[in-house]
Design a protein around this ligand. Structure first.
Ligand SMILES: C[S@@+](CC[C@H](N)C(=O)[O-])C[C@H]1O[C@@H](n2cnc3c(N)ncnc32)[C@H](O)[C@@H]1O
Length: 330
């Protein structure tokens, strides 16, 4: 039987329903590689960020199978750690790490959301042949699409403000980020005082993708986004809209930068160790080579290094060591 749903509802069922993609035993790491999986240098940088901000707790939102928290425990045994995910508590998680499905209220925490917001289901709009932005529905078994009603209400207001389609060519698309904004606002509201960091592939109003960015991933490969529960369904995050929602929810100081700039400021260094070290300290040299390779993956502008870091302070400033000013690739 055919089943047509808007993309937000279809994605919600496909990813988080009883048999949803994110409830599978293999977890996100079975299908794609995030910065968390790429290198422990990522966890170490976040531990350094918490230390620079004088924070004593980390809340990991969209924590997968707790990989980041387990790595953080090694680098910063004193930190109070909590994971939040729709998935059950991972068996491998040490008892000292808290786990739940709701973001806990916290004071003095670094809230981290690595590749969370791109998995918050979003609706898709497409301009029809008369120039009217319409809601896209998807057939959940095949991924076929059809256009339905004109976009109205809150979604229309979000598009007008953040991703205007007025006068756009038929076929132009936009992903409606209101659900991401609301998710981030709720996260900010849970933070009494602290720093919140959303790390994701993103875009701002000066560079939206004209045909959208909806994509599927399964077992390490990009596939057609079919919301049938067998693949991830994701689209990039409108970082500027999310930042404004965070500000409206109580955040103050705000920085948007690239992962490359943020991690370099936090001491992640992709340079190879000096060759001389191979003679004096061969083990250290090999470890340095490994770190340089991993850092290279985290910093690469063709991949993880281009991710946006949205950093917002709640009741405090963001650490001065992070780069200020406009995003730049450098
Ligand atoms: C792409 S994975 C990222 C996992 C991990 N942060 C990493 O970087 O490897 C996104 C995760 O967000 C979780 N997630 C999505 N929406 C959520 C929600 N509303 N509450 C809690 N977890 C959520 C998913 O279950 C999934 O584990």
């Amino acid at each position: 039987m055919e089943r047509w749903l808007t993309w937000k509802e279809a994605t919600r069922r496909a990813l988080y329903g009883a048999e949803g993609f994110y409830r599978g035993p293999e977890g996100p790491a079975g299908h794609f590689r995030t910065s968390v999986h790429a290198s422990p240098l990522f966890a170490r940088a976040l531990a350094d960020l918490a230390a620079a901000a004088g924070l004593t707790a980390v809340v990991d939102v969209g924590a997968g199978r707790g990989e980041l928290l387990i790595a953080l425990r090694r680098f910063a045994p004193h930190l109070e750690l909590s994971g939040v995910d729709v998935a059950d508590r991972p068996e491998a998680l040490p008892p000292s790490i808290a786990w739940g499905t709701e973001i806990p209220a916290s004071d003095g925490a670094l809230l981290v959301a690595n590749e969370w917001l791109d998995n918050v289901p979003a609706d898709v709009a497409q301009v029809d042949e008369h120039g009217v932005p319409c809601m896209v529905e998807v057939e959940t078994r095949t991924g076929r699409e059809r256009l339905t009603d004109a976009i109205r209400g809150e979604d229309a207001r979000w598009l007008d403000r953040w991703w205007p389609l007025l006068g756009a060519e038929p076929g132009t698309r936009a992903e409606i980020g209101a659900s991401r904004d609301a998710a981030w606002a709720r996260a900010i509201e849970r933070l009494g005082r602290g720093v919140a960091v959303a790390i994701d592939y993103g875009h701002a109003s000066d560079a939206r993708p004209p045909y959208g960015s909806l994509a599927g991933y399964r077992q390490g490969r990009q596939v057609a986004p079919v919301p049938d529960g067998t693949c991830d369904v994701t689209c990039h995050v409108a970082t500027d809209a999310v930042a404004a929602a965070g500000t409206a929810a109580g955040a103050g100081a705000t920085i948007v930068t690239t992962q490359r700039q943020a991690l370099k400021a936090l001491g992640v260094d992709g340079r190879r160790p000096p060759y001389e070290l191979a003679r004096t300290d061969p083990t250290g040299y090999l470890a340095g080579l490994r770190d340089a390779g991993e850092a290279g993956e985290l910093l690469a502008l063709s991949g993880l290094g281009a991710f946006h870091w949205l950093v917002q302070g709640v009741g405090m400033d963001v650490p001065a060591l992070l780069p200020r000013g406009p995003r730049s690739p450098g």
